[in-house]
Design a protein around this ligand. Structure first.
Ligand code: NAD
Ligand code: IPM
Ligand code: MN
Length: 359
């Protein structure tokens, strides 16, 4: 199958991890006689340096013209003080909005081989961690009006948190449909005891739930959810929540699986084309050292094959290669344990390719 993939390496560890994911995609291409073309796209801090803006029009157009987008990460301290309107992160938000990618799927699943890497007690991990965070991605406080101005001689800033009913409705459908393919349980997370947006969220969730009588719906307040994720993660199947709550809870969920470097994500809209990326950022503290964990990005490339190209088998081969590499004791620094073999970022990519080739 021929596919055109827009590849955005971005900043920090972005180029290092994306290189490994492309290596894996090339191994899949060869094994299954596909023909992928990789269009490198400049976005993020590196685009500010080169073009004075984080998302040049040609970059956005290349994403819109592609069959799917693979992204590493954007941002870093170098650009922390640029004008907010051109920040590296605006590139990411711009692509999500312009491509209509309102549903962000972030699986939190522990590899049993990595139980010791989880900061949770063994008796909690043993009950299993396997849930999907369905994060609303193009609404909420991220996209509401923002203002900083002077009031009575001091600065005052506002970020407007806002949701239309239709935005909540469509993500509710994504969550219920996701649950149908899993264990038929949705926990909708909000702050309905305080926020109007959450009260609307809860109302719409329950209306949509009527169309899915086979799926159980439970409401949970976000503060309690943050606590329950570490207390009893086995209770979760699908968590659906608004943009910012989903951002925060998915980082928390990732860590209980052992490392944020392990978790992929798919950002989806109405068309099959989407954007695929790890959930972590550009990790400036470890950039340029070839020690980042590329597994989240490699699994994101796998999600792209499955969701955008219907290549379920190819994705399964990637997932199995990752699991087998971990079973055979190979680790990057973030998940290293005594008695295991520590690999650099590129060595982990090579190892996963080796396992794909011999599968
Ligand atoms: P981060 O996710 O980049 O890093 C948090 C911690 O996790 C760091 O200690 C880092 O070393 C570690 N980590 C992250 N990915 C790792 C990997 N693959 N392997 C091993 N360790 C890994 O979060 P941050 O430090 O808060 O943000 C840094 C920059 O990234 C900021 O500019 C932020 O805006 C940006 N960011 C971008 C994205 C994205 O592009 N999707 C996501 C989150 C943050
Ligand atoms: C993520 C990131 C982004 C977000 C930032 C970089 C805009 O944290 O993808 O999780 O908050 O959505
Ligand atoms: Mn985040």
């Amino acid at each position: 199958m021929k596919k055109n993939i827009a590849v955005i390496p971005g900043d920090g560890i972005g180029p290092e991890i994306v290189k490994e994911a492309v290596k894996v995609l090339k191994a899949i291409e060869k094994k299954y006689q596909h023909a992928f073309t990789y269009t490198e796209v400049c976005a993020g801090g590196c685009a500010i340096d080169k073009y004075g803006k984080s998302l040049p029009e040609e970059s956005l157009q290349a994403c819109l013209d592609s069959d799917s987008v693979l992204l590493g990460a954007v941002g870093g301290p170098k650009w922390d003080n640029v004008d907010p309107s051109i920040r590296p992160e605006k590139a990411l938000l711009g692509i999500r909005k312009e491509m209509g990618l309102y549903a962000n799927l972030r699986p939190a699943k522990i590899f049993p081989q990595l139980a010791a890497a989880s900061p949770l007690r063994t008796d909690i991990v043993e009950n299993g961690i396997d849930f999907m965070v369905v994060r609303e991605l193009t609404g909420g406080v991220y996209f509401g009006e923002k203002k900083t101005y002077e009031v009575n001689g001091e600065l005052y800033a506002t970020d407007n948190m806002c949701y239309y009913e239709h935005e909540i409705k469509r993500i509710a459908h994504t969550a219920f449909q996701t649950a149908r393919k899993r264990n038929h349980k949705v926990i909708s997370v909000d702050k309905a005891n305080v926020l109007d947006t959450s009260r609307l969220w809860r109302k719409v969730m329950h209306e949509v739930a009527k169309e899915y009588p086979d799926v159980e719906l439970q409401d949970m307040l976000v503060d309690n959810t943050a606590m329950q994720i570490v207390k009893n993660p086995a209770q979760f199947d699908v968590i659906v929540t608004e943009n910012m709550f989903g951002d925060i809870l998915s980082d928390e969920a990732s860590m209980i699986t052992g490392s944020i470097g392990l978790i992929p994500s798919a950002s989806l809209g109405e068309s099959k084309r989407g954007m695929y990326e790890p959930i972590h950022g550009s990790a400036p503290d470890i950039a340029g050292q070839n020690i980042a964990n590329p597994i989240g990005t490699i699994l994101a490339a796998g999600m792209m094959l499955k969701y955008a190209f219907d290549m379920d088998e190819e994705n399964a081969v990637i997932e199995k290669a990752v699991a087998d590499v971990l079973s055979d004791g190979y680790r990057t620094g973030d998940i290293m344990e005594e008695g295991k073999t520590k690999l650099f970022c590129d060595e982990m990519g090579d190892k996963i390719v080796e396992y794909i080739e011999k599968a």
